[in-house]
Design a protein around this ligand. Structure first.
Ligand code: XMP
Length: 503
């Protein structure tokens, strides 16, 4: 397979996703891994570090002895240059953004590519002197070494990022490396994965029972359907209503599974959640209370059921990689609550069939499994639900207001054709009232914030430029139809420095 060594670049996962989308299996390993087995090629990712920094992450020397093709990208290029005694220095002209590369030499990497291409650069270091045995195969105006190679050593390195969509023909360059240079065959598709996953689950679980908590999101839903295919009624799906769900969600989730012939255990714990959230205003405290309460309710249910051997979780590949990668000491920004965060004292064996999948791959699986489109393309919804979209104390009245507003937002965004183009579209209810006038009467009511963002993975996000008539439609409907709201405002902040959710 193809191995991508992760030196901490924000684009590492994107490299893997691009390659998998083309149908080749790619795996991400920590920068210092010693890949072994049937490795056909290695990609060295970018990094926030400079190679000459004291703590700069370096790969294990053994990778250069595997005699498989290596492609260094950005920092990966500087690693190669440093390793073979070229010179890397701080670039006086930092290159960030678009640049034009000119191809100087025929190379398999550039097969089927024009001589001039717009690419995406993002680097402050550059190669000053080529290492022995290397030659340049492409340049830009600022840099004689946009791409270099050493055919004897089977090493290629490029300064730009072929994985980002701004790079013209970036996919072709990546595929050239994987297919033409490494000789890897297409062997990655979701229907093969499905077959194998079902087989593996059967082998592992046998006649035992598997518990699986449903959040209403795509991952846990697909998981339940997959398990049902593999082991039938031995999967026990649980759906806990925490009272913080969207309009009619508890009904629509149950209906969707009914349609597939899967019966789920529905637990209405909304009163308990709301009681525990009484008077709580602090965002982190809300998150913690919701997380703990979820565990309590879940534990009660499990104890009533008696012996259950397995717990299935919809853990995705990004969660698995993040735990092993180069990460500086990063602050807890928000304590995430997922269906995944389950009681540690209940001794289950875990099964996590999606450990190696990206979210878009789970969506493809959902299609294969005939899950409703409404599930497949659903926007992400946070575990703590509407509680973190209500600023200040969470009350039944505020939940009702936000549910109605949220419903209108989703409906209008769908009608406008934007639903499938954006990452999320939702409302936030502020703990703030303002004066308005309705008929001839003074009102003093709440404010709804409209939050619509585009994003690839939720890590960074940009607010969406919605047409004025869509904005106007949403605002007019909310103010006319939702009592106790007399004002709608638009959130125009990007992440970072803002976050997508308000709490
Ligand atoms: P932020 O607000 O951190 O959100 O920019 C990034 C993405 O994560 C979602 N989110 C959560 N998802 N449990 C989840 O499963 C959580 O506790 C949680 N908090 C935020 C958020 O909706 C966005 O898509």
């Amino acid at each position: 397979s193809l191995v991508i060594l992760d030196f901490g670049s924000q684009y590492t996962q994107l490299i893997a996703r691009r390659i998998r989308q083309m149908g080749y299996y790619a795996e991400i390993l920590p920068y210092n891994a010693k890949p072994s087995g049937n490795i056909k090629g290695i990609i060295l990712s970018g990094s926030p570090f400079s190679v000459y920094e004291k703590n700069a992450p370096k790969p294990d020397n053994s990778i250069y002895e595997l005699n498989v093709p290596i492609l260094g990208i950005c920092y990966g290029m500087q690693l190669v240059a440093e390793k073979f005694e070229g010179k890397v220095a701080w670039a006086q002209k930092r290159e960030y953004g678009y640049a034009k590369i000119y191809i100087d030499k025929q190379d398999d990497l550039f097969f089927n590519i024009k001589n001039e291409n717009i690419v995406w650069m993002s680097h402050a270091d550059r190669i000053d002197k080529l290492p022995e045995g290397f030659e340049t195969i492409s340049h830009t105006q600022n840099s004689p070494y946009a791409a270099i190679r050493n055919l004897d050593k089977k090493i290629w390195a490029i300064q730009f990022h072929p994985e980002v969509s701004h790079t013209q023909n970036g996919n072709i360059i990546l595929e050239n490396f994987v297919s033409r240079i490494c000789g890897i065959k297409k062997d990655w598709n979701m229907s093969d994965f499905l077959e194998k996953a079902i087989y593996d689950i059967k082998q592992e679980v046998k006649d035992n029972k598997v518990l699986c908590a449903i959040s209403g999101g795509v991952d846990s839903s697909v998981l339940v359907v997959l398990l049902n295919k593999a082991i039938g009624d031995n999967v026990i799906p649980v759906f806990i209503n925490n009272g913080l769900l969207r309009q009619n969600e508890e009904v629509s989730v149950q209906k969707a599974f009914e349609k597939l012939g899967i019966k789920i255990n529905y637990i209405d714990a909304s009163e308990l959640f709301l009681t525990r959230l009484k008077n709580v205003k602090d965002p982190e405290q809300k998150r913690k209370i919701i997380g703990h309460t979820f565990i309590d309710v879940f534990r009660d249910f499990v104890l009533k059921l008696g012996d259950i051997e397995y717990l299935a979780q919809g853990t995705l590949y990004p969660d698995v990689i993040e735990s092993v990668s180069v990460k500086g000491p990063s602050d807890v920004i928000k304590s995430h609550h997922n269906v995944g965060g389950l009681p540690k004292d209940l001794k289950f064996k875990l099964i996590e069939p999606f450990r190696f999948l990206f979210k878009d791959e789970v969506r493809q699986l959902a299609k294969q499994l005939n899950l409703d489109d409404s599930f497949v393309n659903r926007h992400p919804f946070p575990g703590p639900g509407l509680a973190i979209r209500i600023i200040g104390e969470v009350t039944k009245q505020k939940l009702e207001i936000l549910r109605q507003a949220d419903d209108i937002i989703v409906e209008e965004i769908k009608k406008s054709g934007f639903y499938d183009k954006v990452w999320q579209a939702f409302g936030v209810l502020l703990d703030l009232k303002s004066v308005g006038v309705m008929g001839d009467k003074r009102t003093y009511d709440y404010t709804i914030v409209l939050r619509v963002v585009e994003s690839l993975d939720g890590m960074t996000a940009n607010w969406t430029y919605l047409p004025y008539d869509v904005l106007n439609g949403i605002s007019t409907r909310i103010i006319n139809e939702v009592s106790h709201v007399n004002r709608v405002v638009l959130d125009i902040s990007n992440k970072p420095p803002a976050t997508i959710e308000w709490e």
